[in-house]
Ligand binder design. Structure first.
Ligand SMILES: [Zn+2]
Length: 271
């Protein structure tokens, strides 16, 4: 069993907790989520061949070397084991740390069309921005992930909005960093595309960046105060769509990393 690529062990969870991480799943919770997700695939008539191999993923690990992002064991284990390493490496940089959320409305997709969300396009866009910051301010390290948030616009139309949560280590003035990461083009009036704060708890920020469960928000885009008014569990149909989307992604396909080298699951800093 030690040959499993990714395993969520009590030791890993304890290490993360010690590093300040919250949003940690328990093994019981992962099993519960996995079971209810597989049941929803069955009830939702998702072809069995698409999720059958996930039935074998249980207990402490994922036996599939190429399991999907939908697997609670494979995905959580892959992400969390990287978080534990990124935590120590980011601390070593000695660079100021920022917690950044980027919301780029150009990548929104309507409810029912989540599979068309352009993760690669978003990652390439971020990569260009990082390159500009590096050129002006030197080394930059970023670690985080892209989540799809189910939202209802003011017109009542539901859509999926990509939220990219990142911890960024860079010796770049706050305003410059914010400007560099700002999505391009015209944004809806009153829309806040970037939220940025200093990192107070690195372990917590890193574990938050890869959180799994989408929240439903009622967006007031277009008014002066764009904010999340409501947060509640998504409807089961949206939840099913979200899980089917993850089913087609590799365990760390939502991951965004810059300034790290990753070889066989081991991270090192690129300088
Ligand atoms: Zn798995």
């Amino acid at each position: 069993m030690t040959s499993l690529p990714y395993v969520v062990t009590p030791e890993l969870l304890a290490e993360l907790e010690e590093k300040g991480a919250r949003y940690l799943p328990t093994l019981e919770l992962m099993q519960k989520e996995q079971t209810s997700m597989l049941a929803s695939f069955q009830h939702g008539n998702v072809p069995r061949r698409r999720w059958e191999r996930l039935v074998a993923c249980e207990g402490r690990g994922c036996p599939n070397r190429t399991c999907s992002s939908a697997c609670w064991f494979g995905e959580r284990a892959a992400y969390l084991s990287l978080v534990a390493q990124a935590h120590d490496l980011l601390e070593q940089t000695g660079l100021p740390l920022w917690f950044v959320t980027v919301i780029d409305p150009r990548y929104r997709v309507s409810a029912g069309e989540l599979r068309a969300m352009a993760l690669d396009g978003m990652k390439q866009g971020l990569s260009r921005r990082f390159k500009h910051i590096e050129a002006a301010y030197g080394p930059l390290h970023a670690f985080g992930g892209i989540e799809a948030s189910f939202e209802i616009g003011r017109n009542g139309e539901p859509y999926w909005g990509p939220h990219t949560h990142l911890v960024v280590a860079a010796r770049c003035p706050e305003a410059e960093l914010k400007a560099a990461l700002r999505p391009a083009g015209d944004l809806p009036r009153g829309f806040r595309p970037i939220m940025m704060t200093p990192v107070y708890n690195l372990g917590n920020a890193l574990s938050y960046c890869g959180k799994r469960t989408p929240a439903q928000r009622v967006s007031t885009t277009g008014s002066r105060t764009t904010r999340d008014c409501l947060k509640q569990p998504v409807q089961s149909r949206a939840n099913l769509e979200y899980n089917i989307w993850l089913l087609g992604l590799r365990p760390t396909e939502r991951l965004v990393m810059r300034g790290f080298r990753r070889v066989h699951g081991r991270l090192t800093l690129l300088r």
